[in-house]
Design a protein around this ligand. Structure first.
Ligand SMILES: [Zn+2]
Length: 76
């Protein structure tokens, strides 16, 4: 008998927490990067690493420069 489980499809935006896993090193928390071999005992450090190295950069739309001809009409 096949058991069907319906999971709601949620489009999740990846946060910085999705890029590392938390483990233990001796008695310390150790943060491990999932994308490379980087690890750190400092949460801020791993977050900085992930933001710098692995998170997609936000694409900013360039503002279109408005040009005018010599009659001060906008050139499109
Ligand atoms: Zn990494």
């Amino acid at each position: 008998m096949a058991k069907k489980t319906k999971e709601p499809e949620v489009k999740k935006i990846k946060t910085v927490e999705d890029y590392f896993s938390l483990g233990k090193w001796k008695r310390f928390d150790q943060f491990k990067c999932k994308s490379c071999n980087f690890d750190s005992l400092d949460e801020k450090e791993i977050k900085d690493h992930i933001i710098e190295q692995h998170m997609p950069k936000l694409v900013r739309p360039k503002p279109k420069p408005v040009l005018y001809d010599r009659y001060n009409h906008e050139i499109k």
